[in-house]
Design a protein around this ligand. Structure first.
Ligand SMILES: [Mg+2]
Length: 230
C-alpha cells in the first residue's frame, strides 16, 4: 500500500488508542451489582438475557447500557434511583484500570518527529478528556478534538475538517486511524483524509466502507509511515 505524502496522523481514541472494550466485563458486572443493590429483583434467566443483549450490542453507536436495562424492563432514560445508580457504576467502572494499548506510546513517540499527531474522538467532553488523561499520550498531541466540545460527531466530515484546521494541515495531507468503519473510515474518507482501519479482529471485514489501509495493532503503522520504509 503506497500512501500519499502525509504530514498529519489523527487517531480515534476508544479502542484505537485506549482499550475501552477491555473494561466491558467489569462494567457490566458493576452495572448488575448496582441494580441489585438498588433493589432490582429478577430471575437468573433475565439477568443472563440482559447480559447477552448487552454483549450483542454495537458498543460504539448504541452502547451496552441501554439494551441491558431495556431487557430487564427498565427505562434507561428514567431518573429512577436504580437507573441512576446503574449509570454511575457503569461509568465509574470504565475508568478503573483504563489505559492505552501497550504499543500506543512507543508508536506515537516514533511517529512524532515526522508527523503532527492528533486525536479525533466522539463522546461527551468530560468523559473523553478523562480517558485522554488516563491514556498517557496527551503530551504527544498537537490537537485533541472531542465531538462533545465542537458539536459535530464523526462521521460528519466537519469534525475532521475542524481537526485539520486546528493543526494547520490540509485534509489531503492527513490520515485518520480508527476502529469504526462508519465513524472513522467512512467519515475520514468523506473529509478527504487517508483512512486507516484498525480492525477489531483479523477476520473482521470492511464491507462497503473501504479503508485505504488496514492494521491489526498500532505497531503496524510504523513500516507504513516511517520515512525509511517508504
Ligand atoms: Mg473507536
Amino acid at each position: 500500500m503506497v500512501l500519499p505524502p502525509l504530514r498529519l496522523i489523527s487517531f480515534d481514541l476508544d479502542d484505537t488508542i485506549v482499550d475501552s472494550e477491555a473494561r466491558t466485563p467489569a462494567r457490566l458486572k458493576a452495572l448488575g451489582e448496582a441494580l441489585r443493590g438498588a433493589g432490582v429483583r429478577r430471575e437468573p434467566a433475565e439477568w443472563d438475557a440482559a447480559l447477552a443483549a448487552a454483549l450483542a450490542a454495537e458498543p460504539v453507536l448504541g452502547g451496552r447500557f441501554v439494551p441491558f436495562l431495556a431487557t430487564l424492563g427498565l427505562d434507561p432514560e428514567s431518573g429512577d434511583t436504580p437507573v441512576r445508580a446503574a449509570r454511575e457504576a457503569y461509568d465509574a467502572a470504565l475508568y478503573e484500570g483504563l489505559g492505552a494499548f501497550p504499543d500506543a506510546f512507543d508508536v506515537l513517540i516514533q511517529l512524532k518527529p515526522h508527523y503532527r499527531i492528533a486525536v479525533t474522538t466522539n463522546g461527551p467532553a468530560a468523559m473523553q478528556r478523562r480517558k485522554l488523561a488516563l491514556s498517557g499520550i496527551e503530551g504527544l498531541l498537537d490537537a485533541a478534538v472531542v465531538s462533545g466540545e465542537v458539536g459535530v460527531w464523526k462521521p460528519d466530515p466537519a469534525i475532521f475538517q475542524h481537526m485539520c484546521g486546528a493543526v494547520g494541515v490540509p485534509a489531503s495531507e492527513a490520515a485518520h486511524v480508527g476502529d469504526s468503519l462508519l465513524s472513522d473510515i467512512a467519515g475520514a474518507r468523506a473529509a478527504g483524509l487517508v483512512a486507516i482501519w484498525r480492525r477489531p479482529s483479523p477476520d473482521a471485514l470492511p464491507g462497503s466502507d473501504t479503508p485505504d489501509a488496514v492494521i491489526d495493532c498500532l505497531s503496524d503503522l510504523l513500516p507504513m509511515l516511517l520515512p525509511r520504509s517508504r
